[in-house]
Design a protein around this ligand. Structure first.
Ligand code: HEC
Length: 110
């Protein structure tokens, strides 16, 4: 399913690349398990499955961690994400950030 037909950047491929991640395979399995609760909106491939959710595939790990901590603390407000983030420990945040940042993407400029 491709929802962002008008996006200037076309994501050609989204492949889960455990090899490029600093996490060990076992940790990456745990990361994927923890990220499972996010897939309904953000996709297992990191490409958003609902129109108002952003793509997370290949996003900078530090950015993801900061965004999730800001949702958790309430510094960044979004009803859905505040509710999701409040149940995540720092360890959970590190795992899901590693998962989504570890998805390899290829882009093509317009
Ligand atoms: C019910 C749908 C839904 C679920 C489930 C969900 N999200 Fe989100 N997520 C959203 C929406 C909508 C936004 C945009 C919020 C905003 O405007 O700030 C968002 C935003 C984000 C952002 C900010 C991205 C950016 O570009 O700034 C991150 C990071 C994120 N979500 C991570 C997660 C993680 C990790 C999980 C699982 C623990 C998760 N989300 C679960 C809907 C969801």
């Amino acid at each position: 399913m491709r929802r962002n037909k008008l996006a200037p950047v076309v994501l050609l491929a989204a492949v889960f690349a455990a090899a490029s991640s600093p996490l060990q395979a076992a940790d990456m399995a745990a990361a994927k398990g923890k990220a499972g609760q996010c897939f309904v909106c953000h996709g297992a491939d990191g490409l958003a499955k609902v129109p108002d959710a952003p793509n997370l595939a290949g996003q900078n790990e530090g950015y993801l961690i900061k965004a999730l901590k800001d949702y958790k603390s309430g510094k960044r407000e979004n009803e859905m994400m505040n509710a999701m983030a409040k149940n995540l420990s720092d360890q959970d945040i590190a795992l899901v950030a590693a998962y989504f940042s570890g998805i390899a993407i290829t882009v093509k400029a317009p």
